[in-house]
Design a protein around this ligand. Structure first.
Ligand SMILES: C[S@@+](CC[C@H](N)C(=O)[O-])C[C@H]1O[C@@H](n2cnc3c(N)ncnc32)[C@H](O)[C@@H]1O
Length: 196
């Protein structure tokens, strides 16, 4: 961890002031501002959603006729909104939990990550495994033409992941965000136009 790490940085405080459950909310806002991955009236699947900052932001973008389904290993605090469906469990079992609905989401967003250990190689491999899981979920549940985002850390197996994801989308983008903490080496893999 960098000596400049400040858990309660300005985005942490802004999230508290604006009623978001996590500072991560601003990461999805930044991705959306540039890439418009979530369309009005669409259905979004938020994988690895706790405590729910991305879920809150996704609800803003889907509009009155959209929906957001969110899953995490940790139970999310309820969100009082009929457009929002919260599930508790492992994303590996999600297709079964949903009753094998087939491609039914317009966008799959994943900020999923393992419990970080501070050991660079282990954490890096863990985020790639989570991104691979998110892509597996997308292959089961993302509609043709849909959009995808997953978090990874630089290094290790990440190039293999990017290479395997690239042919599945019309466009694949790697994005480092201003809202990511300076001490983190995360970036997001954004897939536009799923080919199925
Ligand atoms: C960085 S947090 C997500 C923060 C969230 N995007 C937000 O805005 O509040 C990563 C989450 O991924 C979840 N996670 C990791 N592996 C998972 C799995 N196999 N299935 C479901 N959730 C998982 C963790 O429980 C953790 O809560």
């Amino acid at each position: 961890m960098s000596s400049s790490y400040n858990r309660k940085d300005h985005l942490y405080k802004k999230a508290k002031e604006e009623g978001y459950r996590s500072r991560a909310a601003y990461k999805l806002k930044e991705i959306q501002a540039t890439h418009k991955i979530i369309a009005p009236n669409s259905s979004v699947l938020d994988v690895g959603a706790w405590p729910g900052g991305w879920t809150q932001v996704a609800l803003e973008y889907v509009g009155p006729n959209g929906s957001v389904t969110a899953i995490d290993l940790q139970p999310l605090e309820p969100i009082d909104d009929p457009r929002c469906h919260l599930l508790s469990g492992d994303a590996r079992d999600l297709e079964e939990t949903l009753g094998h609905p087939g491609p039914s989401f317009d966008c799959v967003i994943s900020d999923m990550s393992p419990k970080l250990t501070g050991i660079k190689e282990a954490d890096q491999a863990g985020t790639v495994a989570c991104a691979e899981l998110a892509l597996y979920v997308a292959q089961q549940l993302l509609k043709k033409g849909g959009n995808f985002v997953a978090k990874v850390f630089k290094g290790g197996e990440v190039e293999g992941f990017v290479k395997s994801a690239r042919p599945m989308f019309n466009k694949l983008i790697r994005s480092e965000l201003d809202s990511t903490r300076n001490s983190s080496n995360e970036f997001y893999v954004i897939g536009l136009g799923f080919k199925r």
